[in-house]
Design a protein around this ligand. Sequence first.
Ligand SMILES: *Cc1c(COP(=O)(O)O)cnc(C)c1O
Length: 497
Amino acid sequence: MQYISTRDREQQFSAAQAISKGLADDGGLLTPVYLPKLPRRSLEELKDMSYQQRAVYVMKLFLDGFSVKELTDFANAAYGPEKFDTPAVAPVRALDSNTFCLELWHGPTCAFKDMALQMLPHLLTASLRKLEEEKTVCILVATSGDTGKGALEGFRDVDHTKILVFYPKDGVSAIQELQMVTQEGDNVGVCSVYGNFDDAQTGVKQLFSDEKLREELAQRGYFLSSANSINWGRVLPQVVYYISAYCDLLRDGHIQLGDPINVCVPTGNFGNILAAYYARDMGVPIHRLICASNANNVLTDFLRTGVYDRNRTFYNTMSPSMDILISSNLERLLLAVTQEDSEVRKYMGQLKETGRYEVSERVRDKIQKLFMGYCCDDTETKKIIGAIYRQFDYLIDPHTAVGFSALGQYRQETGDETPTVVASTASPFKFCDNVLSALGVKEQAQGLDILDQLSQVTGEPVPAPLAALRDKKPRFHEAVEKDHMVDAVLEMLRPQK
Ligand SMILES: *Cc1c(COP(=O)(O)O)cnc(C)c1O
């Protein structure tokens, strides 16, 4: 399986190259030339396998040059009992006969990013070995909250790697920030940026295209790579859990083989929902993909009008990991739908120049056959948290609530009652203050005591990794202007002796 740039088919790479590069030199996203198809019987076979085995089966289809033995070792290390608090890894919880919640937050940082970021370091270090790369890889990450911690946890103390995370100073929750600034490990760095997530992400993209920086770092024995969701090694492990969810529904008798399901995904950078799209393309019977946004509803507008326009107000919401105006992974969908690298290149050029592009009618129609977009504001998000809790005795976080709002709107608009899997992307304990207030609790405990308060109110246990924050000291305090991120990199990557 070869990988190409979304902007230039001529640039082809092996899986190991694609994963170690992260991003193509022309700024495009490295993407499989074609998507392998799952034979029908494979869903039947996968149904009785463990999550780890399903991961090996699916990833092997994309990763020539990686042996089953290797992938098995990776899956066992990434999704084992030391990392995930349930053997199911990504369990599907039935709320009623046609509403299911795919819980993606049972990993070490309590958000769905763990599903990919526990796997990526294995894929990346193996890729570098295969390429006989001798330099140390430095992972640069821009985070809207959960990626940063997930990447830090995934890469901490991994040989021949360094990791540096930039987060927007005022764009993450208190617990998310504490999770990052207390990160342990000898190869990690954390730095806040004045501005919002797009500032941080744009800054990191600039670092990647900074030739002078690249040369300087090469002399110091480093090269840069990305753990952002544009890295193929991030997207691929996410394809696994949609296939796995379908198998669980089969196994548990909720559906019969071949029955369609819908998938509803709270969306930011478009990585998670793109993985669902790929699972569909590979042969999982997915009827509709419901794309849920918060007040930053650039995707909702795009899916309705075919116009992507980032020239709009940016809102900090209570679902910060979706506070995004440039959904990078949409570029891969554009390639899949157009099959034309030149067309993608044109749109991305316009996006860069003017912050806006409009896809052709043909592309819009194709996308609209599959995708439906809905959005909701914070008031609605809170209402939904309360409503789901009362109706199903089930606690969800604000991101997941945006998903449930979208599902409700979709069902109302279309009357479609196809069984639907909602991706639940974070533990509610990462967002205690807003969740408690959604449940009507006005007097809130201070600091980390709020974790216990939410536990007492709901009877749900505090996830162990969050409870452990109590005993940790902040290690990182640095904040930079977005034009000075390069200094933070040079400071962290001082010449090796
Ligand atoms: C990252 C994140 C999202 C958005 O996922 P994308 O892949 O960026 O679309 C949603 N919810 C949570 C909790 C997240 O951490």
